[in-house]
Write a protein that binds this ligand. Structure first.
Ligand SMILES: [Zn+2]
Length: 295
């Protein structure tokens, strides 16, 4: 496990790719774990070697909360905006666009298929932390910055004295920015990306894949990463000008590879992501409502 001062980086399998993520452990007397999406074996080793008394989740997504249950005795906190959302299956279904795209029938199906562990993990969260407030864990200072866009409540733990920040799902992966839930926002995503760059920090730790960036590289990558949003705009606009309707637009694979759109949740996010771009572009396309009604 790599270290940055008191911060221990715990990798997820497969370079912390989704459905896993990178966790961060604050090695201090308070024994704090940030997100629990890392390799369960490494997390259990960490628990044995150092102990975990508090888990802080940056946001409610399963790839960041999925191993909360491995620490039954630890207190678990989440950001104040998502505390309520994460408490009910309906709340999560709505935030993920299930209700928006498929109505009540979709929510009923989602409830049936949702893994039990996921519900259990979220059910164990018992409290919330405050944004923009300086906490001190065993003398290590951290501020949970509110960085909405990926989700409305996403927090980025910033360690001012270490010049380090865990940027979570502002992850610089080639997939590009993810803001597909009904609680996501393209404009907020761009603003949060800019805010992260404005911090007095030299070390940026992402939740997935590459991992740790020094400032110059993070700046370059952020520019390319946010540019993906404009490219999506251009691609979608060109298809709309060709006369494609909503169903046709969401069968191309603008966000997710076409062959993965048979997976209901990816199809859901392809559609919800498309709506966000269409609205940002001020475009309306025919048959949007009819598609909803015929599902
Ligand atoms: Zn996420």
């Amino acid at each position: 496990m790599n270290r940055i001062g008191p911060l221990v980086i715990v990798e997820g399998p497969n370079n912390s790719k989704v459905p896993f993520s990178r966790s961060l452990y604050i090695d201090c007397s308070d024994k704090v774990l940030i997100d629990s999406g890392a390799d369960p074996k490494s997390l259990m080793e960490l628990k044995k070697q150092y102990g975990v008394e508090l888990i802080v989740n940056t946001h409610y997504h399963p790839d960041h909360t999925q191993h909360n249950h491995l620490f039954p005795d630890a207190e678990k906190l989440i950001n104040p905006i998502e505390y309520e959302t994460a408490r009910t299956i309906e709340g999560i279904a709505k935030a993920n666009g299930i209700y928006q795209e498929w109505g009540e029938a979709g929510v009923a199906m989602w409830k049936e298929k949702l893994p039990h562990e996921w519900v259990k993990n979220l059910g164990e969260i018992s409290g919330r932390y405050e944004y923009e407030t300086e906490y001190s864990f065993g003398g290590v200072k951290v501020i949970f910055l509110h960085t909405p866009g990926h989700t409305s409540g996403h927090a980025s733990p910033y360690f001012p004295e270490l010049g380090a920040v865990y940027v979570g799902d502002y992850d610089m992966t080639s997939f590009g920015p993810w803001y597909h839930g009904t609680d996501g926002s393209i404009e907020d995503f761009i603003n949060s990306g800019k805010r992260l760059l404005s911090l007095n920090a030299d070390t940026f730790i992402t939740g997935h894949q590459k991992g740790v960036f020094k400032r110059p590289e993070f700046e370059q990558e952020m520019e390319k990463y946010l540019e993906i949003i404009n490219k999506r705009d251009e691609t979608i606009e060109a298809y709309v000008r060709q006369g494609l309707n909503f169903e046709e637009l969401t069968n191309i694979g603008i966000f997710y590879p076409k062959n993965t759109l048979v997976v209901p949740i990816f199809k859901t996010w392809e559609r919800s992501g498309m709506r966000k771009h269409l609205s940002r572009l001020g475009l309306t396309v025919p048959n949007t409502e009819e598609v909803f009604l015929t599902v």
